[in-house]
Ligand binder design. Structure first.
Ligand code: MGD
Ligand code: MGD
Ligand code: MO
Length: 574
């Protein structure tokens, strides 16, 4: 159920230990640190009203009371991605009937997905099993050792190119690592397309049939000034040649991660990488394609009503609401522009936190309702890293907390709204699962994505780009995912990582500042970084004090890496 590509199938031993299912084609018998240590993280066990512990039944009565007093348009339903199970959506059913306000857009992959939809018309991914058929893999702004470790066995023995500002574990063993400057992937993708067409490695048969505007696109790529651009993005002509030579004639998968699109032009970046894939003719062929975080609920129907009126998630102003209901998320840490967010949350009328763990948001809430973990409730989950749709039955009985479904039931009963029985909801999902060799999959999963062509008939190349590289001073701040944490869950990192030659001593205290705010952190050295970057792992407390309350130009996404930041020594001791 955790927010990862892998969607592991877990078995629970008699003694409660979690094991990776050996018979699952992706999980293959092992788990990551999150699940290996799942039981060790301290849970919220008691409900709380204004700081005072109360029985769960009283907390639920208080919630009903607050909702009775709150006008629908002054009630906000905010769901994070702490658990990506489908039953998480049951609560939205209540809030939809209540006519509350919901959120649209994303803190995660919305910008990239918008670019994909513009070009291809749908966002189909390559599963690990599909990637197994590739001969070459380009890992572009993605760090599978940390974020998708079950993909690694499928990359063995392939020609490997990594495009990442950090020497990630895969970069260290790749045939070619382009240690690109952050925010420059759009330029690289355009230059690659241009040279592919100059060299004649473009797939004319594919382009004529599926992407007929390629000549106009070639003209667009000619507007890029090669030398000046390569210098600006820190890539050499030799590397461009090597990339094309390494991919020449090979079944190629380009695996793009969240890293390239944490910018306002994130949609353009994905669209340009897709365009490079189209130039090489990678769509619709086994072992080939461009794959981003997929749309995990594509083709799945839900039995739940969905909210109509929505405001953008990354910039939501909590102060406008009399009642804010936060479920499965920690917006006070994970939304951009924390200072703004914390101020607006403090000014909201009444704040409810429904979750598993204590965090910035639970501590600022008026009412805290403990949730049940995935082991303690019935659910289904799909994945953004493959096409599985798997049932997660309740395994553990507990008196602690309440499931999303049971909470929804209480609210619907109190307000007289209709709700399918729990078994009815589960059966609704169960009916859609398609089984193959003992594993459940989403309905209509493709054998080869885009084998039938693109949903809109053709691939749409972009016809314009904003090529300006933002001329701000300071360091690029990059915030990749931590190995032992899951966003703000489990272990949380601390400190700002810099190259040892960037001019700061290990352990010294620095002030980091951006137009959004200022924080102090301790310096940690990491020689895998560029000297113009500061790396702060996602989930580090106060990281988002530095990030802007802006939306991507397309896709309503947060843009965590848009602002450069200043790093200055301060002589203070912590
Ligand atoms: N262990 C662990 N696993 C996780 C998560 C977690 O928190 N912890 N989070 C889950 C979630 S919510 C998500 S969305 C996925 C995301 O997982 P990934 O798609 O792997 O995304 P990130 O870790 O954010 O960044 C990936 C890489 O992008 C690089 N990068 C940063 N900026 C740029 C840039 O401008 N250009 C290029 N080319 N590369 C850049 C970073 O150095 C990093 O190596 O992981 C999921 N899996
Ligand atoms: N600077 C910066 N900020 C980022 C990112 C970044 O790369 N850089 N990454 C962004 C991305 S990709 C994402 S996806 C977001 C994630 O941000 P959020 O969606 O806020 O997710 P988490 O931080 O994982 O918080 C999840 C909370 O969900 C609760 N939870 C877990 N399971 C359940 C459950 O079954 N039921 C209920 N009710 N609650 C549960 C836990 O208490 C946990 O504290 O952060 C974003 N923020
Ligand atoms: Mo995410």
């Amino acid at each position: 159920p955790l927010d990862c590509y892998d969607a592991c199938r877990v078995t629970v031993e008699e003694n409660g230990a979690l094991k990776g299912d050996k018979n699952h084609p992706v999980t293959r018998g092992y788990l990551c640190p999150h699940l290996n240590h799942y039981g060790e993280h301290e849970r919220i066990t008691a409900a709380r009203l204004k700081g005072k512990e109360i029985p769960l039944s009283e907390a639920l009565e208080a919630l009903v009371e607050v909702l009775r007093r709150s006008k629908p348009h002054e009630t906000l339903y905010y769901r994070g991605s702490g658990n990506v199970g489908l039953m998480q959506r049951s609560t939205e059913h209540f809030f939809a009937h209540f006519q509350a306000v919901g959120t649209s857009g994303s803190l995660c992959d919305g910008a990239g997905e918008a670019g994909i939809l513009q070009g291809r018309g749908s966002n189909q991914l390559l599963s690990p099993q599909m990637i197994a058929h590739s001969e070459a893999v380009v890992v572009w702004g993605r760090n599978p050792h940390v974020t998708h470790s079950h993909l690694l066995p499928f990359l063995e023995g392939k020609t490997l190119i990594v495009i990442d500002p950090v020497v990630t574990p895969l970069a260290a063993k790749a045939d070619l690592h382009v240690q690109i400057k952050p925010h420059c992937d759009l330029h690289l993708a355009l230059i690659l397309s241009r040279f592919a067409m100059i060299e004649g490695s473009h797939d004319i048969a594919f382009l004529e049939e599926h992407a007929p505007d390629y000549e106009e696109f070639y003209e667009l790529t000619q507007t890029v000034r090669i030398k000046a651009t390569l210098d600006a993005i820190d890539v050499t002509l030799g590397q461009i040649g090597s990339i094309l030579a390494l991919l020449q004639g090979k079944r190629t998968a380009i695996l793009v991660g969240a890293g390239v699109q944490k910018y306002r032009n994130g949609a353009e970046v994905l669209r340009a990488i897709d365009a490079f894939g189209a130039v090489l003719g990678l769509f619709g062929k086994a072992g080939c394609g461009v794959s981003f975080l997929g749309d995990s609920t594509a083709e799945i129907d839900t039995p739940f009503a969905t909210i109509k009126k929505r405001v953008s998630k990354p910039t939501v102003d909590f102060s406008k609401y009399n009642c804010v209901f936060v479920q499965g998320g920690n917006p006070l840490s994970q939304m951009p522009a924390s200072t703004r967010v914390r101020g607006s949350f403090a000014s909201a009328g009444f704040r409810v936190y429904f979750g598993l763990y204590e965090n910035e948001t639970s501590r600022a809430a008026d009412l805290v309702i403990p949730a049940r973990s995935f082991l303690e409730k019935n659910d289904f989950r799909s994945s953004y890293g493959d096409y599985t749709l798997q049932e997660m039955p309740r395994i553990v009985e507990t008196p602690v907390g309440i499931s999303e479904y049971d909470l929804t039931k209480i609210l619907c009963d109190a307000f007289g709204f209709s709700l399918e029985t729990e078994e009815g909801c589960l059966e609704y999902f169960r009916r859609q699962v398609e089984y193959y060799e003992g594993v459940g999959y989403r309905p209509g999963s493709p054998e080869v994505p885009y084998a039938e062509g693109f949903p809109n008939g053709t691939f749409e190349f972009p016809d314009e780009f904003d090529m300006g590289i933002v001329g701000q001073d300071g360091c690029w701040v990059i915030s990749p995912k931590p190995a032992r944490g899951l966003n703000s869950q489990f272990h949380r990192c601390e400190g700002a990582y810099l190259h040892p030659d960037a001019g700061f001593a290990e352990g010294e205290s620095v002030t980091l500042s951006s137009p959004a705010g200022e924080v102090w952190m301790r310096v940690r050295h990491d020689s895998r970084l560029r000297r113009d970057c500061v790396l702060i792992y996602a989930g580090t407390p106060d990281l988002n004090v530095l990030t802007p309350a802006l939306l991507s130009y397309e896709g309503e996404s947060a843009v965590f890496q848009e602002y450069k930041i200043k790093v200055e020594k301060n002589d203070e001791k912590f």
